[in-house]
Design a protein around this ligand. Sequence first.
Ligand code: UTP
Length: 415
Amino acid sequence: MDEKLEQVKQTLAKYGQEQLLDEYNRLTDENQKHDFLDSILTIDFNQVKTLYEKSKEKPNFADSKIEPIEYVDKSKLTKEEYDELNKIGTEQIKKGKLAVVTMAGGQGTRLGHTGPKGTFDLGLDTHKSIFEILTDVLIKAKQDFDVEIPWYIMTSEENNKQTVDFFENHNYFGYPKKNVTFFKQGKLPMISTDGKVLIDENHKIKQAADGHGGIFNSMLKEGIVYDMKARGIEWVFIGGVDNVLVKPVDPILVGLSVKKNVLAAGKSLVKANPHEKVGVFCKRNGRPSVIEYSEITPEMAEETDENGELKYGESHILCNLFNIKAVEKVSQKALPYHIAFKKAKYIDKDGNVVKPETPNAYKFEAFLFDAFESLDNLAILRVKREEEFAPVKNAEGVDSPETARKLYLDFHSKK
Ligand code: UTP
């Protein structure tokens, strides 16, 4: 123990994080002390230092050359085009080449539901949770394509147990358990505005999920890439947990990717208005990318093409398809971290639990769409909002359970 304590002291001194020793000195239980030292030793303080230094830099977009990207409008395909893509995609799906990954590691702070977002009751007469609604889609796909699609669910350290228990307690909503695999995403320490690593109310280092872009690395580390390859998977649909109209088993999206000979594809929606606060697909220095609303100039946002359509009007909705080769390639790279300023409960230097009313800490997140820049090309399929997008983000107002429920009911009543 003394040796370990010495090692920890040296590391903390090197990186100016000695405040963590205050907590160690306050702990009275020997096991807790031990665990605390162990948790300190798992932290890459050099990475923390670099991330903190980055938090002070202003982003510089000036050297990026941004151009519009080509897309295909699903609703404007001719019958021949549609049938051809449908045939190609259906063949792949029926051969068992498609897997679905649901990213459910987020904190869902805006919704404010206690528990993983997927366990949220959407308020239908059936009281289905979001997870049950997603399972329905895979059960339907099993009937349509006569294949059981392997389903991978990414959780985080915070919500893994609750998520797995929820599926167990509901008997996987009738989906074969052998085809549902959970894996955890990575985490990173949260730091104060002066770069100090925080301690959480459980007397551990305060850590948070490393963003949806952490998925690729986690898929590699957790053996998911290996598992997919062993099952002969070629295409991986990756989507968020919170879109109750998600269409993950879409032969047109798969067919388009095969036809265009690309390693990834994304679904887009037409922006509701030029200044809607969404990221849009584009090309950045000749490569596929997403330009965030904070980056785009008002002039660019309003630019139209010869058909009067917005040049940067294809919003990214976190519904993407990756070839397994692309997943492997990206999983070996480090995606950049973006900084979010969040409210984070912590233990202060006097040992008191502080529950801040305003943001107080930096959280570091990788974004899935940063993976696009590693690829030469991306096929984009424009889909209809009322058919494929009903997000549950906020407790009230836009993108809330109320709006998602209405979209869900309208869509299902038309079928
Ligand atoms: P959001 O960006 O909407 O974040 O995630 P969130 O955590 O769900 O909600 P807020 O911002 O705290 O209110 C979009 C999708 O990415 C997943 C989420 O679960 C959601 O499906 N996600 C996000 C992860 O899986 N891990 C993360 O670290 C972040």
